[in-house]
Ligand binder design. Structure first.
Ligand SMILES: [Zn+2]
Length: 265
């Protein structure tokens, strides 16, 4: 098996591979533009299983468990456009700058990814051209179109996190992630904290940075859009009932935020 991938970058994905970009509700009228960088865990057929056992490919290292169900339901409830990425973050992480070492990780949460070791520069470039670029090009196009049409746009980047990391249990049910936006995250934090029984992370379990993130810095901050990341703990959204419950809760909160923002304008 040729783990290093093809020289001709157009050959990384063939007719039997799924397209990298998934979209729901492209004509959605909500100001919220939803993105999901770690929505899927597909691997291009030419890359086989990256040398990783199947049991590892269903873990959080391969994708954001549960977020696809939440993102789909939230898109429907809010009438919001969702742009999502179907390939595993182990192939190329669509929320990392391509120059970062973690863009194509050789080790993820102590699991070695043999198919990512000693990767030739053109093989890495092929993954970028086949998966990373089309996804981010599509987000940029949609934002361009919305700005041109004067459609209010607030970027919400949806993620999920593992309940235990490096042996330490994480107490938060949900966290907001942000860097430079001072408008949306405080509103979201206030409403989440008003929900009974929720432990809410303020830039926990992660904070956004230019070095460790791509979608929010590039599509949110550089474009001057209001933005936030959301991280939901995976054990809460493992099944469809949990996904629906969290989508309902977030839809109520985002509707309230929309009302507040419109009143402020
Ligand atoms: Zn994620």
């Amino acid at each position: 098996m040729d783990l290093a991938g093809p020289r001709d970058t157009s050959l990384l994905l063939d007719a039997e591979d799924v397209p990298p970009v998934h979209e729901d509700n492209t004509a959605g009228r909500s100001p919220f533009l939803l993105t999901s960088d770690h929505y899927g865990r597909a691997i291009p057929r030419r890359l086989g299983d990256l040398g990783v056992p199947e049991s590892e490919l269903t873990r959080h290292i391969a994708w954001d468990i549960g977020i696809a169900g939440v993102a789909g339901a939230l898109s429907k409830h809010l009438d919001a456009h969702l742009i999502a990425q179907r390939y595993s973050r182990l192939v190329i992480d669509c929320n990392r700058p391509p120059a970062a070492a973690s863009s194509i990780p050789r080790i993820s949460d102590a699991t070695v990814i043999p198919g990512n070791e000693d990767l030739a520069r053109d093989a890495a470039e092929a993954r970028r051209q086949a998966i990373f670029d089309p996804y981010h090009r599509r987000i940029a196009e949609v934002i361009d179109r919305r700005l041109r049409d004067n459609v209010p746009t607030v970027l919400v980047s949806l993620h999920s996190f593992t309940p235990v990391y490096a042996g330490i249990a994480r107490p938060w049910h949900i966290g907001t992630l942000y860097q430079r936006d001072t408008r949306l995250p405080p509103l979201l934090l206030k409403l989440l904290r008003a929900e009974p029984g929720l432990v809410v992370g303020d830039n926990e379990p992660y904070a956004v940075s230019d070095e460790t993130d791509y979608t929010i810095p590039v599509h949110g901050e550089k474009r001057g859009l209001m933005n936030t990341g959301i991280e939901i703990r995976q054990d809460l959204i493992t099944d469809p009932a949990g996904q629906e419950q969290w989508a309902d809760r977030l839809a109520c909160i985002f509707n309230e935020i929309e009302t507040t923002l419109r009143a402020q304008r």
